[in-house]
Design a protein around this ligand. Structure first.
Ligand code: ADP
Ligand code: ZN
Length: 213
């Protein structure tokens, strides 16, 4: 399947994307994971993105479109992709539309995962992430078996740099201002599926239902 997953930080896009990859072999493409890997590796891209990410601001549309044009051409995308954290601005959505047209591809649907703000805030402050494989944990509801160590890959499980209270507040403001308007954009394109659910299993069921799976 070819999907966009929209939703505020902490809405569960990454978790849902990981579950969906197991259903039909589609790949998860997370611009946040790509950028964090670039920062960790100290590449040119990482150097350009680091300051904005740490503050919870968006990285420039040009940089993101450069990454995505390359990424969507890779072979593994032939079995489908789940776009997690992209597009995040109207210019990115417009540019993606042009890119897909050029590639002769069509998305199945755009899923907007709608979760109440209190739930989001609680999740983001308790969220921990594996720096190696991106697996997501929660100190309260889903801690790794050994504190600080990833169950899946043995990597380090840490709190992200942009998950301080200040950066979280900024990320939510940026989301409301720049990304929330994408729901209207895709509604007008006739592609929007809004799911109000805090359980990833319920989100998955709604998607399967919509795609007739
Ligand atoms: P979130 O949990 O906020 O959804 P992500 O892992 O998707 O986090 O993104 C982390 C950070 O990476 C963002 O706050 C932003 O700085 C940058 N980023 C990721 N995707 C994009 C994008 N499509 N456009 C601009 N910046 C992005
Ligand atoms: Zn891991």
């Amino acid at each position: 399947m070819k999907l966009i997953l929209l939703g505020a930080p902490g809405a569960g896009k990454g978790t849902v994307a990981k579950l969906l990859t197991e259903i039909d072999g589609s790949v998860q493409i997370s611009t946040g994971d790509i950028l964090r890997a670039a920062v960790a590796a100290g590449t040119e891209l990482g150097k350009k993105a680091e300051a904005a990410m740490k503050a919870g601001d968006l990285v420039s549309d040009d940089l993101i479109m450069g990454i995505m044009e390359e990424r969507l051409k890779e072979d593994d995308c032939k079995s489908g992709y789940l776009l997690d954290g992209f597009p995040r601005t109207i210019p990115q959505a417009e540019a993606l539309k042009g890119l897909l047209d050029k590639m002769g591809e069509q998305l199945d649907t755009v899923v907007n995962i709608d979760v109440p703000r209190e739930v989001i805030l609680d999740r983001l402050t308790t969220r921990r992430t594996c720096t190696d494989c991106g697996a997501i944990y929660n100190v309260k509801s889903n801690p790794p078996q050994v504190e600080g160590i990833c169950d899946a890959c043995g990597g380090n499980v840490v709190q992200r740099d942009d998950e301080t209270e200040e950066a979280i507040g900024n990320r939510l403001d940026v989301y409301n201002e720049k990304t929330a308007p994408l729901a209207d954009f895709y509604e007008k394109e006739g592609m929007l599926l809004t799911v109000s659910a805090t359980s990833s299993d319920d989100v998955i069921s709604a998607i399967k239902n919509k795609l007739g799976m």
